[in-house]
Structures are given as structure tokens and as C-alpha cells.
Design a binder for this molecule. Structure first.
Ligand code: 18C
Length: 256
């Protein structure tokens, strides 16, 4: 078992996901790759407005409305030292640690395990007074993508969440309002080569992160209140999440 784990970490063996057999697979494949392309587009060109900045972290939004509801797309870029893209996306995807960093959650349930790298999750979020409480039902997928623009660079990792439906959680039951979301976290590691062939340590790692999100609140909320929630919650999330991964990985073997 240990031998297999070592091989897997060295990328000698790739374990194929079981997800392709699932009826949702074509959508998961399409949305994940679309999100990857979208995340790789820059924020230049005047359509993105910077709304929060803290050290290396920059957050941009585009103000958009659908049927009078603000659905502002968000794009954030950040650079974090000492961790890899695989570690970042692993902790973003893993439901086991979600309550450690996600402060908007009240409850979470894995409704279906499609594969080790693909889940269907139902989340109940904290209520923001005076709006109705929200829930979110989405598939969540994580994968490695070879870097086709630079073959010498480290692979890219993406975790993608996208709203779906599930017979165990119909949206018209109860008094929750269901949000619709498409979210991705795209990460790439760079390694500063250590002097005279010494081993790579966490001091040599930098992880470049792009986080994109579009959330439709699902039912009416005042636009100004909604934008105030966005402005407070997104920077809080990205700072807390990245610090969590740094702390969690510190002193642990590096997972490339
Ligand atoms: O991507 C993030 N987290 C992932 C794992 O949880 C996943 C989740 C996406 C969040 C969906 C938004 C759910 C609604 C939240 C409602 C209340 C939040 C505030 C609670 C305050 C205590 O992909 C990181 C997500 C970072 C947080 C995003 C906040 C987005 C706010 C969306 C508002 C929706 C309407 C709420 C009503 C507000 C009334 C003024």
C-alpha cells in the first residue's frame, strides 16, 4: 500500500477516475474545462473592477444582473508560498475539512460519491437577516491537467463546483431558497530550483491561485445588501482558506 502511495505521489501511476461512467460526466467534463479556460483569461481589458486587495491577494468583480438580481461574477488572484496546487485543490475539494475553513456553512452532506474525485454535495448556509436562508446543491470535481503551454512547468490543478439536481434534495421542499453557483479554484505550483542540487523544500514552492465564482442568490435580495455580503465574505474566505492550507501542510511531506 505504501509503495503504491509513493508511486502515485511521484506521478508514475495515474489512477483513472470512475466518474466517466456517470450520466453527469459529460457536463462535469465540459464545465470543468470551460472554467479552466475562463480562469486562465486575465483581468485586463477594463471589464473587471478591483474591489478588495490584501498583500498578494486581488479580487475583481463585474456588476451584472439577471431578472433584477445581482449575480456579479468574481475573479480573484493570489500567490501563496510553501504549498502546492495539488494541496490547495485537495483541501478545497475535501468535505472532511470544509468546516475548518468555510465560515458560511451550517450543515453539509455528501449525497453521492461518484468517484474519489467527484462528489454531489448539499450545503445549508447560515442565514443572513432579513433574507431567507439559502442552500446549495452541486457536483464537485477535482483533477490534474497537464500544462500544455509549458511542458516543463508543473501540472495545473482545478477544483470545480457547479449546481445540479438530486432526487434526495428537491429544491421546492422546505423554506430554503436554493442558490445556483459555478465556482472554480485553479492552482499552479512553481519551484525555485534549490542551490547545488539540494532537495526541494517548502521554502522553494510558490502556488499561484485563481478563484472564480458566479452565485445567483435564487430569490430576491436587495442588491446593496447582497454586494455588502460579497465584499465581506469573499476576501474573508480566500484569506482564511489559504492560511488553513499553509498551516495544515506545514511540516508535512510535499504532495506534488
Ligand atoms: O467557494 C466557496 N465555497 C465552496 C464550498 O462551500 C462552495 C460554496 C459556494 C457558496 C455559495 C453561496 C451560498 C450562499 C451563502 C449565503 C450566506 C453567506 C453569508 C454567511 C455569513 C455568516 O463553492 C467559498 C465561498 C465564499 C463565500 C461566498 C459568499 C457568497 C454570498 C452569496 C450570497 C447569496 C445570497 C445570500 C443572501 C444575502 C442577503 C443579504
Amino acid at each position: 500500500q505504501q509503495y503504491l502511495e509513493r508511486l502515485k505521489n511521484k506521478q508514475v501511476v495515474r489512477f483513472a477516475s470512475q466518474a466517466p461512467a456517470h450520466p453527469l460526466w459529460p457536463e462535469i467534463e465540459r464545465v470543468t474545462l470551460e472554467q479552466l479556460q475562463y480562469a486562465r483569461l486575465g483581468v485586463e481589458g477594463g471589464v473587471w473592477q478591483l474591489f478588495a486587495e490584501d498583500g498578494e491577494m486581488k479580487m475583481y468583480k463585474r456588476e451584472e444582473e439577471v431578472d433584477g438580481l445581482a449575480v456579479d461574477p468574481l475573479k480573484a488572484v493570489h500567490t501563496v508560498k510553501g504549498v502546492t496546487g495539488r494541496e490547495m485543490t485537495h483541501y478545497f475539494f475535501s468535505p472532511d475539512v470544509r468546516f475548518e475553513w468555510e465560515t458560511t456553512l451550517e450543515q453539509m452532506k455528501v449525497l453521492e460519491t461518484i468517484a474519489d474525485d467527484t462528489l454531489i454535495i448539499l450545503q445549508i448556509h447560515k442565514r443572513v437577516w432579513p433574507a431567507s436562508q439559502r442552500d446549495a446543491l452541486f457536483w464537485s470535481h477535482v483533477r490534474r491537467v497537464p500544462n500544455d503551454t509549458d511542458r516543463d512547468a508543473q501540472d495545473i490543478w482545478i477544483a470545480c463546483n457547479h449546481s445540479t439536481e438530486h432526487h434526495e434534495a428537491p429544491s421546492n421542499e422546505g423554506k430554503m431558497v436554493r442558490v445556483a453557483l459555478t465556482v472554480c479554484l485553479v492552482c499552479q505550483t512553481s519551484i525555485e530550483p534549490p542551490a547545488d542540487g539540494r532537495p526541494v523544500t517548502r521554502d522553494h514552492l510558490t502556488c499561484k491561485i485563481t478563484y472564480c465564482s458566479v452565485v445567483n442568490p435564487g430569490g430576491w435580495v436587495p442588491t446593496s445588501a447582497l454586494r455588502a455580503v460579497y465584499k465581506r465574505e469573499y476576501p474573508k474566505f480566500l484569506k482564511r482558506f489559504t492560511q488553513y492550507v499553509k498551516d495544515r501542510c506545514d511540516k508535512q511531506p510535499i504532495l506534488f
